[in-house]
Design a protein around this ligand. Structure first.
Ligand code: GLY
Ligand code: MN
Ligand code: MN
Length: 484
């Protein structure tokens, strides 16, 4: 079930004698004996329950009520190899973290049918064994990768009984009765269940958890605000070092934002888009290896992910030298106007599609006004002709995944109605490709997007990312104040 929790120890309880890579001599009996003892007892730390323990319990109860009498298996996922014996940094699956608050690699949440509901168990790798040498001779031993929670500590933290994950695969393989697993995270768990599950039934479980996340609770909204606040500071960091980016490349911007994300949060929530000049017209420009030039625009789309795995998703399009040119300003102000119209359409009871339609209409009007597409506007919108330059949808749900709730059913999300507690991005853009011969030359290579994170409230909405300026004049004043 796990890539590498257990040491390779073919003789069962026999001590490990050598590290797997074999670069060093085998361990003598004397050294093996010596390493077993002489360590202080650090078994139990005094840990407080995680602050969202009530919310995770409620989410599990909702899941239990939806799938009565069925065993539900939700894995955190495993490490993935980057090269040879180095791995990508671990990020727990959203479903597992949402339902437990835990982020331990190889962890598995199992809801076992019991009485009218379910009993939850978190299956985790316990602390390293000192007797068999695992703690210092196995690559996943605590001496190499750091202390883990004991199972007792984990129970206190997450409010869920814990068990040794190394026994789970065999138990699942033997168990009878209906079972579903969230696929895509742990091939070992899936292999243990392969004869007992179907893709369709498993997908229903994934869809349910995706839809559970459509409306955020107060804890989640607080975490999203933290993510956005850190992101605002990250954008300020970038503005302060634009001269260094000009002297190097877009990478300086990527690294600067990443520093803020790692210092204040868990990570970046998605690959930062640090797109200067014509790169701004490539929607997901994450190579970030181009020049940053005075007189051009920088489209920065980036978000800090909190320690609890909630991410911001914010875009600002900034003049590298602090002042928009006349044409840049005209395009920027049009996108701003489209964003204003989009944000105004975000309110309880509105259709999810309304804000997209509102933004697209404004952009279509501008494109007709500028003579780039033949009107009337109604025809342009009906045929979607503005999309040559607007390219993407105007926003999406935001949460633990940047494109959150991605497998929610169409009727619950895209064709659904906004409710208080939903958080979504509003992010219209205009993109004139460098090789677009249908627009005057001076437009080519200009891309503008403005993206904010909007909470649906009881009576309208709140812009969580209002800490960053949005109008062209406010952006210029903000940049000037930061550059000093
Ligand atoms: N950063 C990807 C997006 O804005 O959807
Ligand atoms: Mn974005
Ligand atoms: Mn977005």
């Amino acid at each position: 079930m796990t890539d590498q929790p257990a040491p390779e120890n073919p003789e069962g309880d026999e001590p490990i004698k050598q590290r797997k890579n074999g670069l060093y001599p085998a361990v003598s009996d004397e050294l093996a004996e010596n390493m077993k003892s002489g360590w202080a007892d650090t078994e139990l730390r005094d840990l407080r329950p995680i602050p969202q323990a009530q919310e995770t319990a409620r989410r599990r109860a909702e899941l239990s009520a939806r799938f009565p009498g069925e065993r539900l298996v939700i894995p955190a996922g495993n490490l993935r190899t980057r090269s040879n014996d180095t791995e990508y940094s671990f990020r727990a699956s959203t479903e597992y973290a949402y339902l437990t608050g835990d982020q331990t690699q190889d962890g598995v949440l199992v809801l076992e049918p019991a009485g009218d509901g379910h009993e939850a168990t978190l299956h985790l790798l316990p602390r390293s064994d000192r007797e068999n040498g695992e703690f210092w001779l196995d690559g996943m031993g605590e001496l190499w990768v750091g202390r883990r929670h004991s199972l007792t500590e984990a129970e206190r933290l997450y409010g869920v009984p814990c068990a040794d994950v190394r026994e789970l695969a065999a138990a699942l393989a033997e168990a009878t009765g209906p079972v579903r697993v969230v696929r895509g995270h742990d091939a070992g768990v899936e292999a243990a269940l392969t004869d007992k599950v179907t893709a369709e039934r498993d997908e229903e479980l994934r869809i349910f958890v995706s839809e559970q996340r459509l409306v955020k609770d107060a804890f989640e909204i607080g975490e999203l605000q933290k993510a956005v606040d850190s992101t605002v500071r990250g954008f300020e960091d970038v503005v302060k070092v634009l001269d260094k980016a000009e002297a190097t490349s877009e990478r300086y911007i990527e690294g600067t934002f990443f520093l803020r994300a790692r210092v204040e949060g868990n990570d970046i929530g998605y690959g930062s888009i640090c797109a200067a000049g014509p790169h701004a017209t490539t929607l997901h420009w994450v190579r970030n290896d181009g020049p940053v030039r005075s007189g051009e625009l920088l489209l920065l789309d980036a978000g800090v992910e909190t320690h609890t795995l909630y991410t911001a998703d914010v875009t600002r399009t900034l003049p590298v030298n602090g002042r928009y040119s006349e044409l840049q300003r005209k395009i920027y102000d049009a996108v701003y106007e489209a964003q204003e119209a989009g944000i105004a359409a975000v309110k309880p009871g509105a259709k999810f599609r309304d804000f997209h339609d509102a933004s697209q209409r404004v952009l279509a009007e501008k494109l007709v006004e500028w003579g780039l597409v033949e009107g009337p506007v109604e025809r342009v919108v009906e045929l979607g002709l503005q999309r040559r330059w607007t390219l993407h949808g105007t926003g999406h749900m935001l949460g633990m995944d940047v494109h959150d709730c991605a497998v929610a059913r169409t009727e619950a999300y895209v064709d659904g109605v906004l409710e208080p507690g939903m958080v979504l991005t509003v992010e219209p853009g205009l993109y004139f490709q460098a090789d677009d011969l249908t627009v005057p030359e001076e437009y080519r290579g200009i891309g503008v997007r403005i993206e904010d994170d909007i909470l649906v409230t009881e009576d309208g909405n709140r812009n969580l990312s209002a800490g960053l300026p949005r109008t062209s004049a406010d952006v210029e004043a903000w940049m000037a104040s930061l550059k000093g």
